[in-house]
Design a protein around this ligand. Structure first.
Ligand code: F6R
Length: 308
């Protein structure tokens, strides 16, 4: 046996050679394997901690820099009062304000509050101009569910606003011309406060998921989700819900000096969470609010806040 082999072997009780150094080297190899495995594990853990730490810091930074003021209220009535108080303050500070208005179920309570404030002589709409977000196409302006009719019934007929100062996109006739006219109007009058509701799919106005944030006034095909949501205003019959609408684009909305979004109910909770998480995603149109340079109020009831 070579000198070298002798070093590597030893006789066992049966006189058989058992490798010595080799055995040690296997142990060393095992040890090395263990250390390199622990190194990888440590690397993964430290990496994950770092990544989550950075994400957490970015979130805190975004929250600190966010212009969004979140107001969570006990219920729908409190939400309506809070929003009406802020709008009334805007009107008091600027009696010639240009207000962007929304329709749907959510703002009805706050319009009632505004009517009360007008009746109590707290505010006047004499010199206010209003600009509605949207209108259905293919139903007459005096249809009981047109947004024109909605605005007359829920606000305009109860306050001292001059009907000449109320603007709503026209969903009938030459749509292209109507779109151009409404866009020009919005270029002429800067909106001081834009009121928004929010769809359960995150739509604002009738800007459905996938709408580019730089779009102006345009015509839209409503999604099945929105048609289903709005069937409650049309005897729960989706066939009666118009399939098209004309809407301010996200660009028009974001151009407003200040935005107030109101939402109640659990079906809005996911969309609200996406905004408050700081997302900016064209598939959730309301997340465009995170690109707004001015003040944004998000006023929601506890149910809409349940995922925050
Ligand atoms: C209405 C509008 C829509 C609604 C939204 C929520 O002018 O622009 O975006 O705000 O569909 O509707 P409601 O309040 O009925 O849940």
């Amino acid at each position: 046996m070579k000198e070298q082999d002798k070093e590597l072997s030893e006789l066992n009780e049966n006189g058989k050679e058992i490798p010595l150094k080799q055995d040690n080297s296997e142990k060393v190899q095992d040890k090395n394997k263990f250390f390199s495995f622990s190194k990888i594990l440590l690397f993964i853990v430290v990496g994950a901690i770092l990544i989550f730490g950075i994400i957490y810091i970015i979130k805190i930074y975004k929250k600190m820099n966010s212009k969004i003021e979140l107001i969570i209220t006990e219920n729908y009535d409190e939400m309506s009062k809070k929003a009406a108080d802020i709008i009334a303050d805007i009107i008091k500070k600027n009696p010639n304000a240009h207000l962007g208005l929304a329709t749907g179920g959510t703002p009805i309570g706050l319009y009632k509050e505004l009517i009360n404030k007008y009746q109590n002589k707290e505010i006047s709409f004499k010199n206010i101009k209003t600009f509605n977000l949207d209108e259905y196409c293919d139903i007459p302006i005096d249809h009981k569910q047109s947004y024109y009719t909605y605005m007359q019934n829920n606000l305009f007929s109860h306050i001292d606003i001059d009907p000449k100062n109320t603007f709503i996109p026209k969903g009938e006739g030459d749509i292209l011309k109507n779109i151009q006219e409404y866009e020009k109007l919005l270029e002429k009058y800067k909106i001081n406060m834009q009121l928004l509701g929010i769809g359960s799919n995150g739509h604002i106005g009738f800007n459905e998921p996938g709408t580019k944030f730089d779009m102006g006034v345009h015509q839209v095909l409503l999604t099945q989700n929105t048609i289903k949501d709005n069937a409650r205003f049309f005897d729960d019959d989706i066939d009666q819900v118009p399939k098209k609408a004309i809407t301010m684009g996200i660009k028009n909305i974001i151009d407003a000096e200040c935005i107030i979004l109101v939402a109640n109910g659990e079906n809005k909770a996911d969309a609200i969470k996406s905004i408050m998480d700081g997302k900016i995603d064209i598939n959730i149109p309301a997340t465009a609010l995170n690109t707004h340079k001015g003040k944004v109020y998000i006023i929601i009831d506890k149910k809409a806040a349940c995922k925050l």
